[in-house]
Design a protein around this ligand. Structure first.
Ligand code: NI
Length: 151
């Protein structure tokens, strides 16, 4: 595994739309492994491929320590309720803000073998699904957050 460089706000790659993965091969599995190592070493709970300069629809998450979720071509297929909580991003270091997110989301994706999976989340996990999938469309949470660190 290799630790990758995390791009920060201002880098144009963070603002581009990522392409779907057509074939889940060893290159994608290596990307997943490298992204997990990068996320963990940065103490993050989620990382999307464009944050490491790879414009493909790939996400890793670890909202419950020890449980890594790997998502390829993730799509939110259901949303319920609302939450207003604080969020941060490894690509926007040192800042935090409140966002409006669904309280619950259901996500469909492919796993590292290319098999379809369905995942659900509430609370932090729901926020993280939304935040990471937004990255795949070039959206940063600061675009719609009420920032708390600017006085
Ligand atoms: Ni982020």
């Amino acid at each position: 595994m290799a630790k990758l460089k995390i791009l920060t706000d201002g880098d144009t790659a963070l603002r581009l739309k990522s392409r779907p993965v057509s074939v889940v091969n060893d290159r994608i599995r290596t990307l997943l492994d490298d992204m997990t190592e990068t996320m963990r070493s940065a103490d993050g709970c989620g990382l999307a491929a464009p944050q490491v300069g790879v414009l493909r629809r790939v996400v890793v998450m670890e909202t419950e320590p020890g449980t890594v979720l790997e998502l390829i071509n993730p799509v939110i297929v259901e949303r319920k309720g609302e939450q207003h909580e604080i969020e941060g991003c490894l690509s926007v270091p040192g800042r935090q803000g409140y966002t409006h997110r669904p309280a619950y989301v259901k996500v469909e994706a492919l796993d590292r073998n290319g098999d379809p999976i369905t995942l659900e989340g509430e609370g932090l996990r729901a926020r993280c699904f939304c935040h990471e999938i937004d990255h795949l469309d070039g959206i940063l949470y600061i675009d719609h957050a009420e920032m708390v660190d600017e006085k």
